[in-house]
Write a protein that binds this ligand. Structure first.
Ligand code: ADP
Length: 462
């Protein structure tokens, strides 16, 4: 400011002196005064031109090209440049933060859509694009309600009550492969909306399975309980002969046994699901396993067919001189279930062949073949579902719980083994468990593993 004042004075002095010099000796004072005014005017003109330069520079907005360096305008220019630089830096940082936020939303496993106060799309991530079939080029600034036509969603969107999430059909949902989406809108800012979507197909399926399971277990337990209750009432109210009483008590014991078997199978399943997979260091000798299964099979056919003229023809062929690694009681229970099914579903005098053999690639195969009724192809993929039965009454008559093959499948999976089912109506069935080569050892070293589990036996009435 000081130098600005000095330069202003200097211009006037120089102008005054020049005026005086040029008009001397005639009108020296008037010339000097005019010179002062001209000097001041000149200073103002130069100052104005510097000011205009600065204004042009500011309008151009290119801070790298320095407009002025000296004087008051130079300082204004310098300050303005620093201010602009600081603002640019802040904008850059804000943009980087915004990009980081958007990248985080992009990485989210959930769909995210940002809607403005009019419900138009401002931004969405890739997952939302997949969930709703959105296109970044085409759909930004489109009204979201016009793009998602699901009636449930339309009512939810228009209802303005976003306290709860909405479960709706996914875009690619088909009756065979239903896809369920959870959609939840949240308000933010001034009337804006954040939409979160997630694929809940697996969750919904698990929930449906849980509901089915509880309903099935309740049903399975209610039936024998109702029968038991009926007999108890009969025993309490009716005068019965000793013979009748004996008969009723036997039937009650049968129903109690049925409930016991069901609870045991449920506990087995829950143990299989809740425990870590068995290690591969416990070896069981296959020939001993086969002997145990054979003993149990003869006992079961005798129990199921009290008339000894009509027993099943059982053939056991142990062609694998080796061991299998795994949990002894699980393996015996899985194999026992297959043998028990073959006996229970094959009419007496039918044939049942049980084989254990080594495959050329080192895997071991355990198979149970029967000459029973066989199973129609449409049932085969569902046999290992819990409580799935082809013939309910036959299963019930023989004390089946509908959980046997579910247990077999679990045990096979836990041992890295494969369960194969081949069957055709009228042609019998073959159930095979194939153990991986890593769980097969050819030289038999131990017989202890089996003895521990031998007491498990075949499920007599399942
Ligand atoms: P269940 O306790 O009813 O036997 P499983 O899970 O062991 O239950 O078997 C499921 C269904 O598969 C049975 O209800 C039966 O209809 C069918 N099944 C299983 N094994 C055989 C077999 N060897 N022959 C014919 N049908 C069978």
């Amino acid at each position: 400011m000081f130098w600005r004042f000095i330069s202003f004075l200097a211009c006037q002095l120089v102008g005054g002196f020049a005026g005086w010099y040029l008009t001397f000796p005639g009108r020296g004072m008037a010339g000097a005064l005019a010179g002062v005014v001209l000097g001041a005017a000149g200073w103002f003109l130069i100052d104005l031109s510097r000011g205009l330069r600065l204004l042009r520079w500011l309008r151009a907005g290119d801070v790298s090209d320095v407009a002025l360096t000296t004087g008051l305008w130079g300082e204004v220019c310098d300050r303005a440049r620093r201010l602009i630089r600081a603002r640019e830096q802040m904008t850059r940082e804000s943009e980087n933060r915004l990009q980081e936020f958007l990248a985080a939303f992009q990485a989210s496993p959930n769909g995210v859509v940002l809607l403005d106060a009019q419900g138009q799309i401002e931004w969405f991530n890739q997952m939302a694009a997949t969930h709703f079939g959105l296109d970044a080029q085409r759909d930004v600034l489109q009204h979201f309600g016009n793009l998602v036509r699901d009636p449930g969603f339309a009512a939810y969107f228009a209802g303005h009550d976003y306290r709860r999430e909405l479960i709706m059909q996914g875009r690619e949902s088909t009756p065979a492969r239903p896809v369920k989406l959870s959609v939840h809108l949240h308000r933010y800012g001034e009337g804006r909306l954040l939409l979160l979507s997630r694929d809940v197909t697996a969750l919904e399926q698990a929930e449906a399975m849980r509901r089915d399971f509880v309903a099935n277990v309740s049903h399975e337990i209610r039936t024998p309980l109702t029968v038991l209750g009926g007999f108890v009432e009969t025993l309490q109210t009716l005068p019965l002969t000793d013979e009748e009483r004996e008969r009723y008590l036997a039937l009650m014991a049968q129903q109690a046994q049925r409930m016991q078997t069901l609870v045991n199978d449920l506990l087995t399943l829950s143990r299989l699901e809740g425990s870590p997979p068995p290690g591969a260091s416990d070896w069981m000798p296959m020939p001993a396993l086969m002997r145990q299964l054979e003993q149990d099979a003869h006992a079961l056919t005798a129990v199921l067919n009290p008339s000894s003229d009509h027993l099943h023809q059982l053939e056991f062929a142990s062609l694998l001189e080796g061991d299998i690694a795994g949990a002894p009681n699980e393996i015996l229970s899985a194999m026992g279930n297959l043998v028990s099914n073959a006996i229970r579903y094959t009419p007496p005098v039918g044939e049942i062949h049980v084989r254990a053999l080594l495959l050329p690639d080192g895997r071991a195969e355990f198979s149970v073949q029967d000459t029973g009724p066989g199973i129609a192809p449409e049932h085969i993929p569902r046999l290992t579902e819990r409580f799935y039965r082809v013939d309910r009454s036959r299963s019930r008559d023989t004390g089946g719980t509908g959980l046997g093959l579910a247990i077999v499948k679990h045990v096979a999976q836990r041992h890295g083994a494969e369960l194969k089912i081949e069957s055709a109506p009228g042609k019998g069935s073959v159930f095979t468990i194939i153990f991986p080569a890593s769980r097969v050892r050819l030289r038999s070293n131990t017989t202890e593993g089996l003895h521990a589990s031998a007491s498990a036996g075949l499920p007599a009435t399942k």
